[in-house]
Design a binder for this molecule. Structure first.
Ligand code: 0A1
Ligand code: ZN
Length: 871
C-alpha cells in the first residue's frame, strides 16, 4: 500500500527515457519464504552521451541485497517513494541489482505472486517494478533472458517468455530452466511461472511452414479442462494468418491457467497467463456463453502477439492502440466463426449496458485518457469497447481491402516499436488518401454523441430529406465538444421492407450506402422517391452514438418485422420494448400497447429467424438501459415496470413457451456450434418465461431439465428457470444438490456462489452467509466477483432500500482495499450512477462512498475512483 499523496500523470508531460535498456538478464531463485531476483540490465544513454543524468528506476518493495555498475558495487544510492536513483558514469553500462521479494504474501496479484500451488506473474501495467528495479514503461523495449531456479518437488515446471534454452538439476533437490526471448519487449509483457503443472501438447504449422509447439498448463485439479482452449488457439492462429496476414514468431506458445487472477487473461510474450475461469471448459462444467467467452479471450490474447507485443504502446495513454484494435480483431474472429449478426447485437448490448453509462457519468474519459493517477483504473469499457468501435468505424470508412492494407502498413512500419494511436490512424490516412485529423477527435473527446434525425418528404417533388444534428453532452473536464466524423450505414426501405435504390446527386456513395457526417448539422437529399421511405439508419451500429429518431409506430413495426439488417431489426424491437418500459416506469400506460404483442407474435412465428436471433429479439432491455434513458431513477418504478412487461410476455405467450421448451430439446451429445448454441439459448429463455408464467408444468419441466442435464448449459437453463419461481424450497433443494455434486470443481463452485448472490430476494444477511462458507475466499478475485459481483448486479437486491446493500458494499471495498486494490477499485463502479437515483437512494449511496473516502490508507486505485465518482 502506498500512503503518500497520489501523483497525476499527464500525457502532455511525456518525455522519452534518459536511458534505454537493451537487454535484461534475470535469475529468479524461488525459495520457500522469499524469492531472490538477480537482474542485469544492459543500458545505453538516450541522448547526449557527454551528459549523464541520474538513472531513476522504478522498484516497489525491493529488499536490496546489492547494486552495481559494470561489476562495481554502488554504495551511493537513494531508494524512496518506489524509485531508486543512481548516477551512471558511462554512456553504456550494465546495472545489476540483487533483491529479495515475497510472493507468498503478495495478495495484490501484481508482480510475482503465489496462486494456489504455483507461483506466477502479472506485470501489466506496472507490476514488473514489484519484481525488480527497472524502467517500467512500455517504450523501453529489451530482449530478455530468464533463468529460474526452484525446488524440484513443488515446482517441476519452470517457464518464462521466449524459447527454452537449457534446464538441469542443482544441488539440494533444486533445478533450473533458462528461456530466451529474442523479441525486444516492454517489461509489462514479462512472465514467469513455477509449479506442479499438468501439460497438454499440440502443434501448429504456420503458413510459411514453421512448426510451433503449443502447450497448455494447469494445476492437476484443472488439467482435464484444457482441450477446448487448445483448439481455440489453433483456430486463432490460422485466422490471424488468413485475415490479417500475421504469423506466429517464436518456436513455442504456452498458456497457463491460474485460479488467482485479477482480470481475464494476459498476453505475455509466448507465455499467456489466464484466469482459469477464462480458459478452462468442459461441456459438463461450462455453459455455452462460457465457451464463447473462452474462445474469444484465447483469440484476443493470441492476437495481441502482433497488436500489442510486436507493435506496442509508447505510453499508457495509448492503451487503446492495442486493446481497442485487439477487441476489434477478436470480435471479427468470433463473427467469422459463428453468427455475425448475433455477435454484433451482443457486443452492442454490452457497450450500451456498460460503456454508455460510463461515458455519461463522473468517470467518463476519452478513449485516449489525458491523465491518470492509477493506470490500472483505465482498463475500462471505454478504452476497450469504445476503442474497438473506433477501429470498426475506420474499417467502415475505408472498406475491406484498404483497411487490410492499412493494417499491413501499420504492422510493417512499426514492427518492434512503441507507438501511438495517431500512428495507427495515420496508416489509415495514407492508404485511403483521406484526411483523418477530424476523425482523431474520437480518441480525445469523451461522451457519447447524440445524433438527432429529422425527416422531410415532399410528395410533389418525390424528394426525401434526412437531416442529422450531432451533439455531445459535457463530460468532466470537457465542456466544449467538437463535431465528430460519424459514418452512417443506411438504407431506405419501401413499404414491404425492400431497400430502394439511392439517388442523392452523387453526394454519397450509393454502393456502400455509407453517409459520413462531419458537421454539426448535415442534410442529405434523396431524389426520385415516389412514396415516403422508411429509413434504416446506423445499420450494424455503424457508430457508437445515441440515435434520437421519432419513428411512427408503422415505421417501427416495418423495421421490427422486415428490416433485412438483422441488427437494425433488433434495434427496432428493442425500441418497442424500451418505449413501453419507460412509459410504464413513468406511469404513462394503463395497459401493454398492442404494438408489443404484434412484434412478439411476429418474432415467435417467423420461421426464417435463427433460434439465436429469436432469443435476442425476445429478451427485454436491461435495468441499465432503462436507467440510461431516464433522467431520475425511481428504482421501485423501474423494477415494477420491468416485472410487469416480463410477466405480460410470460403469461400471454405461455403456450408458445411451453411448446418451445419441449420441442427445442436434443438427445445428441453436446456440440458447440452456432446452431446448437442458439437452440439451447432459445430453449433456456422459453423455459424461463414458462416458469415465470406460473405454470407448474413449466416448473417441473425446469427441474427435470436440471436433473437430466448432461451439459452445463442445460443444467443452468433448468436451474435458472427454477430460480425464477417463487418456490424457495425447490430452489434450495437444487442448490444443495448442485453443491454436493460439484463442490470439488472450482468453476462450478464459482457458478454456484454467483447463482445464489444473484437470486431473487437475497439480502445482505444471505451474502454474509455465503462469505462465511468454506467455499469462499476473500483473497480470490473470482470468488469475490461471484458473490459481491453477483449481489451488486442483482438490481432488486442491491438497491433494496430496506436492505443495507450500499453500506455493506462500502465496507467490502474498504476490506478489499487492504488485500487487493485492483479488485477493490472495480467495485467502486457499483456506485458510479449514484446521482441518477431519486434522493433517498442517491443520498444513501453518497454516504456509503464518503465512508470509503474517510478510510485511512486508501490505495491510489480506490482513492482516484472514489474522488472522481463523488465530484
Ligand atoms: N492486457 C490484458 C488485460 C490485463 C490488463 C491488466 C492486468 O493486470 C492489471 C491483467 C490483464 C488483456 O487485454 O487481455
Ligand atoms: Zn487485450
Amino acid at each position: 500500500m502506498r500512503t503518500e499523496t497520489p501523483v497525476t500523470i499527464r500525457l502532455k508531460d511525456y518525455q522519452p527515457p534518459a536511458y534505454w535498456i537493451k537487454n535484461c538478464a534475470l535469475i529468479i531463485r524461488i525459495f520457500a519464504n522469499h524469492t531472490e531476483v538477480d537482474s542485469t540490465l544492459t543500458m545505453v544513454r538516450n541522448g547526449d552521451p557527454s551528459e549523464l543524468p541520474a538513472l531513476v528506476l522504478d522498484g516497489v518493495e525491493q529488499l536490496i541485497q546489492s547494486l552495481s555498475f559494470d561489476g562495481e558495487a554502488i554504495t551511493d544510492y537513494d531508494y524512496q517513494h518506489d524509485r531508486l536513483t543512481v548516477q551512471p558514469t558511462q554512456a553504456e553500462f550494465t546495472f545489476n541489482a540483487v533483491t529479495h521479494i515475497f510472493p507468498n504474501t503478495n495478495t495484490s496479484l501484481e508482480g510475482l505472486y503465489k496462486s494456489g500451488t504455483m507461483v506466477c506473474t502479472q506485470c501489466e501495467a506496472e507490476g514488473f517494478r514489484k519484481i525488480t528495479f527497472y524502467l517500467d514503461r512500455p517504450d523501453v523495449m529489451a530482449t530478455f533472458s530468464t533463468r529460474i531456479e526452484a525446488d524440484q518437488a513443488p515446482f517441476p515446471i519452470l517457464l518464462a517468455n521466449g524459447n527454452p534454452t537449457a534446464s538441469g538439476e542443482l544441488e539440494q533437490g533444486r533445478h533450473f530452466a533458462t528461456w530466451d526471448d529474442p523479441f525486444a519487449k516492454p517489461a509489462y509483457l514479462f512472465a514467469t511461472v513455477a509449479g506442479d503443472l499438468v501439460r497438454r501438447d499440440d502443434a501448429f504449422t504456420t503458413a510459411s511452414g514453421r512448426d510451433i509447439s503449443l502447450r497448455i498448463f494447469a494445476e492437476p485439479h484443472n488439467a482435464h479442462k484444457t482441450e477446448f482452449a487448445l483448439t481455440a488457439l489453433k483456430k486463432s492462429m490460422r485466422w490471424d494468418e488468413e485475415r490479417f496476414g500475421r504469423e506466429y514468431d517464436l518456436d513455442i506458445f504456452m498458456i497457463v491457467a491460474s485460479d488467482f487472477f485479477n482480470m481475464g487473461a494476459m498476453e505475455n510474450k509466448g507465455l499467456n497467463i489466464f484466469n482459469s475461469a477464462a480458459v478452462l471448459a468442459t461441456p459438463e462444467t461450462a455453459s455455452d456463453d462460457r465457451f464463447e467467452r473462452i474462445e474469444g479471450i484465447v483469440a484476443h490474447e493470441y492476437f495481441h502477439n502482433w497488436s500489442g507485443n510486436r507493435v506496442t504502446c509508447r505510453d499508457w495513454f495509448q492503451l487503446s492502440l492495442k486493446e481497442g484494435f485487439t477487441v476489434y480483431r477478436d470480435a471479427e474472429f468470433t463473427s467469422d466463426l459463428h453468427d455475425r449478426a448475433v455477435k454484433r447485437i451482443k457486443d452492442v448490448l454490452f457497450l450500451k449496458n456498460h460503456q454508455f453509462p460510463q461515458d455519461g457519468g463522473p468517470n467518463a474519459h476519452p478513449v485516449q485518457p489525458q491523465e491518470y493517477i492509477e493506470i490500472n483504473n483505465f482498463y475500462t469499457v471505454t478504452v476497450y469497447e469504445k476503442g474497438a468501435e473506433i477501429v470498426g468505424m475506420l474499417h467502415t470508412l475505408l472498406g475491406d481491402r484498404p483497411f487490410r492494407q492499412a493494417c499491413d502498413l501499420y504492422f510493417e512500419r512499426f514492427d518492434g516499436m512503441a507507438v501511438t494511436t495517431d500512428d495507427f490512424v495515420d496508416c489509415m490516412a495514407q492508404i485511403s488518401g483521406q484526411d483523418f485529423s477530424q476523425f482523431k477527435r474520437w480518441y480525445t473527446q469523451a461522451g457519447t454523441p447524440i445524433v438527432a434525425i429529422h425527416e422531410d418528404y415532399d410528395a410533389n417533388l418525390a424528394r426525401y430529406r434526412l437531416s442529422f444534428t450531432q451533439s455531445c453532452p459535457a463530460t468532466p473536464g470537457q465542456s466544449d465538444k467538437q463535431p465528430l466524423v460519424i459514418p452512417v450505414k443506411m438504407a431506405l426501405l419501401d413499404s414491404t421492407g425492400q431497400a430502394l435504390p439511392i439517388d442523392c446527386n452523387g453526394d454519397y456513395n450509393a454502393d456502400t450506402q455509407v453517409l459520413t457526417l462531419t458537421e454539426a448539422v448535415t442534410t442529405v437529399t434523396f431524389q426520385h422517391l415516389a412514396s415516403q421511405p422508411t429509413p434504416s439508419l446506423f445499420r450494424d451500429f455503424s457508430a457508437p452514438v445515441r440515435v434520437r429518431q421519432a419513428l411512427s409506430d408503422p415505421a417501427l413495426l416495418l423495421l421490427a418485422q422486415h428490416d433485412d439488417n438483422a441488427f437494425n431489426r433488433f434495434e427496432a424491437v428493442q425500441q418497442v420494448y424500451l418505449d413501453t418500459l419507460l412509459k410504464l416506469t413513468r406511469g404513462e400506460l394503463d395497459a401493454i400497447p398492442a404494438l408489443v404483442d404484434t412484434v412478439v407474435l411476429s418474432i415467435l412465428s417467423d420461421t426464417q429467424l435463427s433460434h439465436a436471433l429469436q432469443a435476442v429479439l425476445l429478451s427485454l432491455p436491461s435495468y441499465q438501459q432503462m436507467m440510461d434513458n431516464l433522467d431520475t431513477v425511481d428504482a421501485e418504478a423501474v423494477i415494477v415496470a420491468r416485472d410487469r412487461l416480463k410477466l405480460h410476455l410470460a403469461q400471454t405467450y405461455q403456450s408458445h413457451w411451453a411448446t418451445l421448451s419441449q420441442t427445442l430439446t436434443s438427445a445428441d451429445d453436446y456440440v458447440f456450434t452456432a446452431d446448437e448454441v442458439g437452440r439451447r439459448e432459445l430453449q433456456g429463455l422459453a423455459l424461463y418465461y414458462w416458469v415465470l408464467s406460473g405454470d407448474k408444468f413449466g416448473l417441473n419441466s425446469a427441474e427435470a431439465l436440471y436433473r437430466a442435464a448432461q451439459n452445463q448449459t442445460d443444467r443452468l437453463n433448468g436451474l435458472k428457470a427454477v430460480m425464477a419461481s417463487p418456490d424457495r424450497d425447490r430452489q434450495q433443494r437444487l442448490l444443495v444438490h448442485f453443491y454436493r455434486h460439484w463442490h470439488q470443481d472450482t468453476q462450478m463452485v464459482e457458478t454456484w456462489l454467483a447463482l445464489q448472490a444473484g437470486a431473487e430476494g437475497v439480502g445482505v444477511t444471505d451474502i454474509l452467509l455465503l462469505m462465511a462458507h468454506d467455499a469462499f475466499d476473500f483473497t480470490n478475485p473470482n470468488k469475490v466477483r461471484s458473490v459481491l459481483g453477483g449481489f451488486t448486479q442483482n438490481f432488486k437486491a442491491f438497491h433494496d432500500i430496506q436492505g443495507d446493500g450500499y453500506n455493506f458494499m462500502s465496507e467490502q471495498i474498504v476490506a478489499l482495499n487492504a488485500i487487493n486494490p485492483q479488485v477493490a477499485a472495480r467495485f467502486v463502479g457499483v456506485f458510479e450512477r449514484w446521482r441518477k437515483f431519486a434522493p433517498e437512494r442517491s443520498a444513501a449511496m453518497h454516504s456509503a462512498l464518503t465512508a470509503v473516502l474517510e478510510t485511512e490508507s486508501l490505495s491510489p486505485d480506490v482513492l482516484e475512483l472514489v474522488q472522481k465518482t463523488l465530484v
